[in-house]
Design a protein around this ligand. Sequence first.
Ligand code: COA
Length: 344
Amino acid sequence: MTAPSSKAIRPPEPPRIGVRIAGTGHAVPETRLTNEDLSRTIDTTHEWIVQRTGIHERRVCNPAKGESARSLCNAALRDALADARLDATDLDLILIASVSGESRVPSVACRVAADLGATSAGAMDVIAACSGFVYGLNIGHELIRGGSYRNVAVIGCDVMSSIIDPLDRRTVILFGDAAGAAVLRATDDMSKGILAQSLHADGSRWHDLYLPYIDRDLPEGSNWQEGPPGCLRMNGREVYKFAVKTFSELISETLEKTGLKADDVDLFIAHQSNARILESARERFGIPEEKMYVNIDRYGNSSAGSVPLCLSELRDQGRVADGDIVMFVAFGAGLTWASSLWRV
Ligand code: COA
């Protein structure tokens, strides 16, 4: 038997395709939970929360009103499709970054695809906690640049109120609920798309931020006295140290890949984990305030929802111009961390 000629199996030329962010949208629940509200149910104060985190209030879903991860994703994606002037049937793929959908099987993405009538789209969830949207952005971008997909929706959404113990003052003060969506489209303009990106994970540190349901989910030496099943547990001090180090390293590493300097970046869109963490990265690189968006005061940390919520608000405010250099950075449970540097 003769081997196939190398000519017969030569791969196709790599396609020359740019990727643009054609539309964005976001959705948050109606109900505001202020620090004052929290100080009536747990031992805390508005001053303590603002000083340690920069958070004044967060939004929380009211399941009785039908608010859920799915309803927020539907609203955010509808908004993003309208902004991109596309129909749901134009989508080739829906990626939803979430750790708090109504069910694990089916994925939220499948339910959202059905709700919106995205009948030509594949659909799946991406589990990378607070880094999930940036993971999804990088995956969606590469699928388009590879040439097989043209329109990919990436949504980040978390309903943290459904996985938080409302009496745990270490976590309930931090988190909120939100969704943001971006529709990515292929374009002939090769200058648009990702200039550099990274995906990272260190599973050996899983026990710094985790969501236990049954005994096997608990780290050695831990028990159910520390918190009920189905509620997020966090080692705040360790996560804080990790985040400060990671944000700086992510920014440096991503810039180095392109030869760009922090000054060359028009906008930094960072996961809203804690205002002090954002501030330390801003000071380290001498980034002016107006270049690093902060909305944690109004929404808290909405996990996978936070980065696309920032992006959508910035676009609504006309602060993302054609050709701008935009850096997305995020970190979260896993532990995971990721970056995505775009010319938009
Ligand atoms: N209100 C008042 N006091 C509180 C409190 C609250 N909500 N939560 C904790 N405290 C108390 C602690 O019990 C502790 O008291 P003690 O000194 O008597 O033991 C004291 O405040 C300091 O606690 P500590 O946990 O060291 O506070 P901190 O300065 O590290 O701030 C966080 C806590 C959670 C704000 C901070 O660790 C943080 O932001 N970590 C990163 C979290 C994060 O980003 N998670 C998401 C990752 S995607």
